[in-house]
Ligand binder design. Structure first.
Ligand code: ZN
Ligand code: ZN
Ligand code: FE
Length: 763
């Protein structure tokens, strides 16, 4: 019997539609609109929906599909086909068992912030009231709890918590938001919280009282452990600094939507990013007066004009803030560059004498994942791409051969390439010690496990022969492709923006060059397979090698030496303009320079900015990565740049920017100009000089594209100068927006180069 006015359609949906509660959602809106039919997961091919009903019902269904879809779902492609009514009734709408494709690559979502409905649940009167680990198909941990594919409860760290009957009912009810929510848990059956080892009473309230009393509390979260304390109390924050031995490294904050405007200036884009389900740390400009008025302890981010802030992102955070009326310092409890602490016994052991109290839970963290950090300056820049993004891949076709690119040595992240997708790993840290190296190995194994992939035959790594990552590549790979650090930086921009070649400006701290020297201020002619070093900054000596990085006065001495100062003249300049730890150090540095002892050579942009920072009395000791240059940027904000041109000179057959001459000029200008003006001048001259080299190179090579990468691409003043110059010359500037500009993006660039070389048969 043919029902009158009915039609049948097949709707094929592609996009992020797996592991995000999409099928139950389709079920609910189909039932809600009185349709019969089915929904089915096709794995990589997306989701297939068959519906039958009146044209009106189907129209409303499609409208709901677009407008009410789950927060994590994204529809990239929607195809509708008319099907014949074959006389068979389809019966009540149902979710069909998955095809074999389910759980194939690309289906694991990142960890996301607690959703609005779960938040209502924990604030409401139902069975989730006050439960810190409440989640549903739309929210909660994923990457940090899933051990292997396919994604179901047995293969997560929730497996140890068998569902109670009430949870089981919701889990098996297609009309429930927690239908097949693998992380479903409640006070009766789920993970528990412990305050100083005890689950009794209300551990969150106890932690809040401790924080109010000015104590430092270790809090275990989704992917690691934070140290928390009252961010408005100078006394408490400096105590935390002292205990950690971190005199100045900026601490990130967690604050509510009400508190944030008292701390920082927030643009509409920044609000949107702060509130997104990914909930990253966003580096915001401090609100003028925030420190003076006691809203923010000066020790939170000393000497900087900005501060990293995030909103609460788990039930635990929200419940904690219910008891607090001040923002919290929320800093990773590990040493900088080292892995997050995730095991309860280790957390307690390592934080003895640092944390006063411990708010821990008994859910195992399967994979560490740090908070992501972004900054908006002429577009979004990832300082760290981790929680909330990982393991979502970037789509880029690099050929058929799977690849594993091991990345840079510092701020490491690696990239796994499989079949048109680049999986950038979470932040790993500084792979110059065995503990971090071990974490790298574990993270590789975990990513292979949740993508269902085998270890690729081809590995990419840095050019440096002695990096642990280079050794690992040799150990794991049948074939190893070595990629120069700055080439990788530029190739990452090429890959992200779909460019084949460009003139690259790679400006950062350090990278091992093809000549064995330390590079870091390079203008390259780069394609996806190869590069030519066209020019850059002049090489200058670093007296005492790494010590010149830690004590930038040494670096300043190198610039003055390279500018031709010798003997008493050099000594007098050093004595009157720079701060050394002792007269003996000054003499030693002089001797190292003049007798060329223990000298390394670098063309690093970061070291130039460091040296200027020391010269202007802004920062004479680096206590954390990037400190002198970050403080220089802060100091330059009120300043007016003098348009001093950075002159060329030749180094071999390459034109290089004569930074030593500019440096000497800045020294002479100290009399009569403020530190702010000279800081702005140094940044402007460096940016304009690099832009000038790049523009000349682009014209010579008939290119319109300039790619900028490296840590210097986080400096707003420098990027805007380069952008203005490049655009004025009729060219276009490209900077990483989805891939970190700094060393966290190097592995992606290595993968781009390795894939291209393989395809061209040049590996
Ligand atoms: Zn939820
Ligand atoms: Zn339960
Ligand atoms: Fe770099």
């Amino acid at each position: 019997m043919k029902a009158k006015g009915l039609i049948r359609q097949r709707i094929s949906v592609k996009g992020i539609v797996q592991g995000v509660g999409f099928r139950p959602f389709v079920y609910r809106i189909a039932v809600g609109n009185g349709l019969s039919g089915s929904v089915k997961n096709l794995g990589d091919a997306g989701v297939e929906i068959i519906v039958q009903g009146s044209p009106d019902q189907i129209r409303r269904f499609l409208q709901d599909l677009e407008e009410r879809k789950p927060p994590l779902a994204e529809i990239e492609e929607l195809r509708i086909e008319e099907l014949p009514l074959d006389g068979h009734e389809l019966g009540p709408f149902r979710i069909e068992r998955s095809g074999a494709g389910e759980g194939s690559s690309g289906t694991i979502p990142p960890d996301t912030a607690i959703c609005a409905e779960c938040l209502e649940d924990i604030e409401g009167e139902g069975r989730y009231r006050g439960y810190w680990a409440t989640s549903c198909t739309n929210c909660g941990p994923r990457f940090t709890t899933i051990r292997a594919l396919p994604y179901d409860r047995e293969r997560t760290s929730f497996a140890e918590f068998p569902m109670c009957p009430a949870c089981m009912r919701e889990y098996t009810d297609p009309l429930d938001r927690r239908y097949h929510a693998q992380t479903i848990a409640c006070p009766a059956c789920g993970p528990r919280l412990y305050f100083n080892g005890s689950p009794e009473g209300d551990p969150i309230l106890k932690a809040a009282l401790a924080l109010k009393a000015g104590r430092i509390v270790a809090i275990k979260g989704l992917g690691g452990t934070h140290l928390a304390c009252d961010a408005t109390s100078e006394e408490v924050v400096s105590r935390l600094r002292q205990r950690l031995g971190r005199p100045a490294q900026p601490f990130a904050l967690m604050a509510t939507e009400v508190q944030i405007p008292q701390l920082a200036e927030v643009s509409p884009q920044e609000w949107e990013m702060l509130r997104s389900p990914r909930r990253p740390i966003v580096v915001l400009n401090k609100r003028p007066g925030a420190e003076a008025q006691g809203a923010l302890a000066p020790s939170v981010a000393p000497g900087l004009h900005n501060v990293g802030i995030m909103l609460p992102y788990t039930g635990l955070h929200y419940l904690l803030f219910n008891h607090l009326d001040f923002p919290l310092v929320m800093t990773s409890a590990n040493m900088p560059g080292r892995p997050m602490l995730i095991e309860n016994r280790e957390i307690q052991g390592r934080l003895e004498g640092i944390a006063d109290d411990f708010l821990l839970h008994d859910r195992e963290i399967v994979a560490r994942c740090d908070d992501s950090v972004l900054r908006h300056s002429l577009g979004w820049r990832f300082i760290r791409r981790s929680r909330g993004w990982v393991p979502t891949p970037l789509e880029l076709d690099l050929g058929e051969e799977p690849l594993l690119a091991l990345g840079a040595e510092l701020n490491n992240a690696f990239t796994l390439y499989l079949d048109g997708r680049c999986y950038l790993s979470q932040h790993i840290g500084h792979v110059d010690d065995l503990e971090t190296f071990q974490f790298l190995r574990e993270a590789i194994a975990h990513l292979l496990s949740i993508t269902g992939a085998r270890l690729p035959r081809v590995l990419a790594c840095d050019l440096h022969p002695r990096f642990l990552t280079s050794q690992l590549a040799g150990e794991l790979g049948e074939k190893v492709i070595r990629v120069q650090h700055h080439h990788a930086h530029i190739a990452a921009v090429l890959g992200e923006h779909g460019l084949e070649r460009a003139v690259g400006i790679a400006a950062d701290g350090v990278g091992y060059g093809t000549d064995g020297r330390i590079w870091g201020g390079e203008v390259l002619l780069a394609d996806r397979a190869d590069f030519k070093r066209l020019g850059g900054l002049k090489s200058v000596p670093m007296a005492g090698g790494d010590l010149a990085t830690r004590f930038p006065a040494r670096m300043a001495a190198g610039f003055l030496f390279a500018a031709g100062l010798r003997g008493p003249k050099l000594k007098q300049a050093l004595e009157s303009h720079l701060h050394f730890r002792s007269p003996r150090e000054l003499d030693l540095v002089m001797r190292q320079l003049e007798r060329r002892l223990n000298l390394f050579w670098t063309s690093s942009s970061g070291r130039f900015l460091d040296a200027v920072s020391a010269l202007l009395g802004i920062c004479s000791e680096r206590t954390y990565e990037g400190e002198p240059a970050m403080k220089l940027e802060a100091a330059a904000r009120g300043g007016q740049a003098l348009e001093l041109e950075l002159p060329f000179t030749m180094e071999g057959d390459r034109p290089v920017l004569d930074t030593p001459r500019l440096f000497l000029r800045l020294l002479e200008l100290k009399e009569g100009h403020s530190a702010a003006d000279l800081a702005a001048t140094a940044q402007w001259a460096l940016a304009a000089g690099l832009a000038r080299l790049a523009i000349a190179a682009a014209r010579e090579n008939g290119l319109k594209e300039v790619a900028l990468a490296g840590g210097v691409a986080y400096n707003e003043a420098i990027v805007s100068t380069i952008k203005a110059e490049v655009e004025q010359a009729g060219l276009r500037l490209y900077v990483g927006e989805k891939v970190p500009c700094g060393d966290g993006g190097v592995s992606f660039g290595q993968a781009v180069v390795a894939g291209t070389r393989l395809r061209l048969g040049r590996a």
